[in-house]
Design a binder for this molecule. Structure first.
Ligand code: ZN
Length: 117
């Protein structure tokens, strides 16, 4: 009975580097809501309000002008690729996600109901 426990303990020092390799940007995308741009098919993941707030705080130090601020905000509400409004995105399907595996999935910040109907 003690055998498996010992094995787990011995393997533990390997864990951090392993999870760093496999994790990083990928682990961020687990349990996410994904939305697909209806115009060009680009897949985005939905940021949580907490993440958006954290991002906003990071940006405060740059003292953006009103215009820059507007650009920053609108970047989260449109397609990275074709600039379609994120409010019109559809919930991502299996095939969208398969295609998205080859590109960088970018965040959008949208209302909760986007992509649910
Ligand atoms: Zn698009």
């Amino acid at each position: 009975m003690n055998q498996p426990l010992t094995a787990v303990k011995a393997a533990t020092p390997m864990k951090p580097s392993e999870s760093n390799l496999a994790g990083g940007s990928h682990s961020v995308l687990l349990n996410r809501r994904f939305l697909t741009c209806r115009e060009c098919g680009w897949v985005h993941y939905v940021m949580t309000a907490e993440e958006k707030a954290a991002n906003d705080r990071l940006l405060e130090r740059y003292r953006l002008s009103a215009t820059e601020r507007h650009l920053y905000e609108s970047a989260f509400r449109q397609c990275l690729r074709c600039e379609s409004p994120a409010g019109a995105f559809a919930a991502a399907q299996e095939r969208d996600l398969a295609r998205a595996a080859g590109h960088i999935v970018t965040p959008v910040f949208v209302d909760g109901e986007v992509g649910t109907n």
